[in-house]
Write a protein that binds this ligand. Structure first.
Ligand SMILES: Cc1cc2nc3c(=O)[nH]c(=O)nc-3n(C[C@H](O)[C@H](O)[C@H](O)COP(=O)(O)O)c2cc1C
Length: 132
């Protein structure tokens, strides 16, 4: 029997199963933080490990600031801070650092995850840009 995407997403656990397959297998890094201003990481996929060298289990409870360093553009981070405070979206690029200290260009988007009007978490979709 055929189904529609809406039926699949709204069916018992269907939406959850779809999202899990997408997040776990995405070529892009996916990072989810809690909704607090501190923004602790609650999920990172395998591509995050490939991109940054950090094992997801090691960085749960930390904040994505661990990726920042001396070369990170403060103006970009300020723009993200404003988006977080106002519930807006962010897209930008900045120098970030891998676990071994190697700098790279991070392209990333941050979006609020809302239930009704309430923001329950934030998600980032991230990938590496060309060499510095
Ligand atoms: C979901 C999410 C993903 C983030 N990912 C990154 C990232 O990949 N690189 C980065 O430099 N900052 C990232 N940040 C930004 C920092 O966690 C932090 O919010 C930012 O530095 C602003 O706070 P601060 O001004 O107190 O440092 C991310 C934030 C959120 C909410």
């Amino acid at each position: 029997m055929s189904t529609t995407f809406e039926k699949l997403m709204n069916g018992a656990d269907g939406g959850l199963a779809v999202l899990q397959v997408l997040a776990e297998n995405s070529f892009d890094s996916v990072l989810i933080t809690d909704a607090s201003t501190e923004g602790k990481i609650i999920y990172a996929n395998k591509s995050f490990k490939k991109l940054t060298g950090h094992e997801p289990s090691e960085i749960i409870g930390k904040t994505p600031r661990i990726l920042q360093g001396p070369g990170t553009d403060a103006k970009v981070i300020e723009r993200l801070s404003v988006a977080l405070k106002t519930g807006g979206k962010f897209e930008g690029k900045a120098i970030n650092y891998k676990k071994d200290g190697t700098p790279f260009i991070m392209f990333w988007r941050v979006l609020p995850i809302k239930v009704g009007k309430k923001i329950i978490a934030w998600v980032a979709i991230q990938r590496e840009g060309s060499a510095i």
